[in-house]
Design a protein around this ligand. Structure first.
Ligand code: CO8
Length: 259
């Protein structure tokens, strides 16, 4: 599939998706959102064990939704645009492999919301996060009000969303918006290192763990524990479980096949 604004590369069983619209600091317009949605629809979770999402260049991950496209929207058009972004980000969140956001610069508005839809965020030391939407007369409409409070807690999320202030990498680390900060030149290498660690584990188990963590978030504790137990039991139907445990008992290492 040919895309105008996406670059796709792979390193073994790890896929790297780079959003590339350098003239607008990789801001998300409808075409780019459609392309990301299409990419997710065709993503081969059997071929790849991890996805890294990053932005082109050294300045910006994604500088938000495209303000020039939003400026003249009316209410139904605003809802349609918001729905499109939210649906695409949900596809990323629901991919059957872990998704690492390698945030290489500005992650503002829709860019921060995209990063928050990923499973894990790491960033470069020049990264800047923020939800500046209220300064434009809108709210974080690609599920930012949903995910930010869940990720960093309601008090901090409310402060960042109400003030619209920009957070530097060190603060993003302190408040739990990212897991680690690296020099720009090392960011992709570090993302790949993490992805390779994930990819070396049993893929069906990693997929099951992602499913559990996402699904259980909205359940009460009893329901969540039952749900986890059901999925846990099913792990014993896999060859990976048999081979992984046999390898441990034989003091060897298992090359998981995802079966
Ligand atoms: N949309 C469109 N164009 C953009 C965007 C954007 N979000 N961000 C940057 N650009 C463009 C600039 O207009 C500029 O274009 P040009 O060269 O043609 O003038 C080019 O990118 C370079 O930008 P700057 O010259 O401004 O670069 P600076 O280094 O001076 O500043 C900043 C970089 C600080 C990132 C600055 O560009 C900026 O503040 N950008 C906007 C950030 C922002 O407000 N993002 C949030 C947008 S709203 C949003 O994301 C809502 C999501 C939910 C939508 C719900 C739908 C209903």
């Amino acid at each position: 599939m040919e895309y105008s604004f996406l670059k796709i590369a792979n390193e073994g069983n790890i896929c790297i998706l780079t959003i590339s619209a350098p003239k607008s600091l990789n801001a998300l317009n409808s075409v780019i959102l459609n392309e990301i949605g299409n990419f997710c629809d065709h993503f081969d979770c059997n071929k790849y064990r991890c996805l890294i999402v990053t932005g082109d260049g050294e300045k910006s991950f994604v500088a938000g939704a495209d303000i020039s496209e939003m400026a003249t929207l009316n209410v139904p058009q605003g809802q349609t645009f918001g729905q499109k972004g939210a649906a695409v980000f949900r596809k990323i969140e629901k991919l059957h492999v872990p998704v690492i956001a390698a945030v290489n610069g500005f992650a503002l508005g829709g860019g921060c919301e995209l990063a928050m839809a990923c499973d894990i965020r790491i960033c470069s030391d020049n990264a800047r996060f923020g939800q500046p939407e209220v300064g434009l007369g809108i709210i974080p409409g690609f599920s930012g009000t949903v995910r930010m409070a869940r990720l960093i807690g309601m008090g901090m999320a409310k402060e960042l969303i109400y003030t619209g202030r920009t957070v530097k990498a060190d603060e993003a680390l302190r408040i739990g918006l990212v897991n680690a900060v690296y020099p720009q030149a090392e960011l992709l290498e570090q993302a790949l290192l993490m992805a390779k660690k994930i990819a070396a584990n049993a893929p069906l188990a990693v997929k099951a763990a992602k499913l559990c963590i996402n699904a259980e978030y909205d359940m009460d504790a009893d329901e969540a524990i039952m749900y986890e137990n059901g999925i846990f039991g099913h792990c014993f139907a896999t060859e990976d479980q048999k081979n992984g445990m046999a390898a441990f008992l034989n003091k060897g290492k298992c090359e998981f096949q995802g079966k």
